[in-house]
Design a protein around this ligand. Sequence first.
Ligand SMILES: *Cc1c(COP(=O)(O)O)cnc(C)c1O
Length: 393
Amino acid sequence: MSGKRLIYFDNAATTRVSGEVMEEMLPYLSSVYCNPSAVYSFASGGRAAVDNARKDTADLIGAKQSEIYFTSGGTESNNWALKAAAESFEEKGKHIITTGTEHHSVLNTCGYLESRGFSVTYLEVEEDGKVSLEKLQNAIRKDTILISVMAANNEIGTVEPVAQIGKIARENNILFHTDAVQAYGHIPLNVNEMNIDMLSASAHKINGPKGAGILYIRSGLRLRSFMHGGLQERGRRAGTLNVPGIAGMGKAARLAAENMIARSRKEMQLRDYFIGRVLDEIPCTALNGHRTDRLPNNANISFGFTEGETVLILLDQAGICASAGSACASGAVEVSHVLTAIGLSRETARSSLRFTFSYENTTEEIDFAVSELKRIVAKLRENSAEYRRFAGN
Ligand SMILES: *Cc1c(COP(=O)(O)O)cnc(C)c1O
């Protein structure tokens, strides 16, 4: 982006590594290159970094350090949680409950498990993206071994009733896993108060590095190893530890904990200002997802009589990064499974864009984006016969 300014509103896809996080990581990419598993004293620097990160990532969710396992990110953590829970408890039953609006790393893992003889119920969500507790109750069977529901949705930002789901799971003696990649560090979570048995999180969604994450596994839960090899991570996740990534994730988690209130207040202010202006000033627009129970930084909006992908390209020409559907689905012509699951028509889903803000964004950036959106949407509608028919001219 030579010279041109970049306005980054795609923080659900990934975030910028903060300067403090990068500083924290640098020694482990240079002088402190030791393998933390080694016996000589040089290794203690790497070990200390990993220990600190284990404490900081655990504290953020009220977990014990011994319950944190470092992984390569959210995708691996979700794969581990689901596959290992299924295999470890198949004697008890082969039924899993999840939702139709999960991230693909959960949905496609469930698909794999179905091919291995497990049966999966995909709960339908309400129009605001919320799981119905009644439907969840009704889906529980004698052979249900696992409930996996995300803490917050990556596309529409809806925050799920995690504590109530955890309570239902516990009452029925069923394991509860939550994909908290979008929620971790952004909204308060407590694995004990919420009866969470397994939780996935990722560093790069909280201003940490890509390729680092955690799986929290409640102590006492006998879950099989994911990676087989050496004795790292108490024999459950083998492989030389990614010390720079882990140190970065720890720092990112600590900063998220210290600044959660201030960051989310700022993000909500930007989000609500953006949503307010777009809905007021651009006709035929609608907010997707829950109005209030949504991530502080998420705005997902349908722009009637436009194609999201086209708006996205024109926004890009103005230096603005946003997303049509989820990042993983963009590029493919496929309509977002989340937007169709909340009842949007294919057409409305295709007209929807996601803007996810950061505490580093400014009101000026929002003002510029809104004026560009007004211009772009008006221009596209001028060329839409359907819109002209609708508008009566
Ligand atoms: C980003 C994301 C993931 C995947 O995490 P990675 O660390 O990129 O593998 C999983 N679930 C949700 C909800 C996400 O937003």
